[in-house]
Design a protein around this ligand. Sequence first.
Ligand code: AMP
Length: 423
Amino acid sequence: MNARAPKGTTDMLPATARAWEYLTRTAQEMFARYGYEPVYTPLFEHTEVFTRGIGEATDIVSKEMYTFEDRSGRSLTLRPEGTASVVRSALEHTLVPQGSSIKLYYAGPMFRYERPQKGRMRQFWQIGIEILGAAEPSADAEVIVALWRFYEAVGIPASNMRLLVNSMGDEACRPAYREKVAGYIRSRAGDLCGECNRRADTNPLRAFDCKNPACAGVMAEAPLLRDELCEPCAAHYAEVKTRLDELGIPYTEEPKLVRGLDYYTRTVFEVQADAGLGSQNAIGGGGRYDRLMEAYGGKPTPGLGFALGFERTLLAMEAAGAEVPAPLLAEVYVARVDATVAGEAFAVASALRDAGVAAELDHVGRSLKSQFKQADKLGARLVVIVGPDELAAGEVTLRDMGTKEETRVALADVAGAVRRLLG
Ligand code: AMP
């Protein structure tokens, strides 16, 4: 058998898993302060949830989905992102009755069949938030601020990040603009790659995202939506920027930022960080998707959110020297003098754990000397020495690993004595 994880996937070994738990814990605590509640949707959905939501002509839907038939012949797809599922769930459970709103956050794995490279995986992990039912520009600003503050909270300084914002317009102004870009692409057909030429018919705005340098040069001169926004979209965008200005959140307007999903309307944003990530430097992003609920057959319900990528965020943290708090593996090590007292040593360790102390003991038959080495390695501040002589007197020895001082305490009071010594 092939004992390696599939291409584009990786095991989250303890150091990385600890980082994931730290980020999700930080997200939980922080987004709770902003009023968000947790939601967990299935890892797979009916395929239409994504084809209809994200859009047939996007890279994700046309090239990257893990789609399969289950044993009953239903077409199912591993979720490539979180928003479509959250909106499907909100519709199914009527989470947003007319006139109300809800704030949700999620965390978990996503799946895209992409060409793996640094910061680009086939199974990757995202943390995201969504607000459904909120149309006002302050909601856009809140979501952007929450993303920015999250990165700061995990130790990525503002100076290492760039926040890009743009408005994608809405159904009033975007269709005409799309046609204009399609016309521009056709007028420059000879200077653009085959894929960009095809995009003129399918998804012209995606040509702004083409990685081909020649295309990027041509698209740099394309008409910009910023100059064609309808009045309500322009006013909405201006107010989002004012809210960000008032908080001193530094942003750059990037009129060519379109992002890879069809469902966006009005505000879109992305945070980029330098972490040797090359073109994978977007560590998180999102936007507004006011028409998505209707695409699923629901009532018009404005919505917006962001998703941040765990792998890239971790790389940006490493580049910034940000640390994941070290785990407390053992405050106390319970060492046994010989095998005759193994049962008592186990009982002492259990009693300490029950009393809320992080306690470790030997399960591999180490000598007393190597148990002490192990205690050192784990960073234990105290060692409880359990030996036949002490036990005969109803006691154990407590050794302070810093001062090397030893004291005898009653076996019955070991948890109390340890807690007093640990302070
Ligand atoms: P998106 O859902 O495409 O807007 O992506 C949001 C964030 O998820 C990105 O900024 C990345 O940090 C992360 N991300 C997206 N695709 C991948 C991938 N294939 N591998 C790792 N991270 C990804």
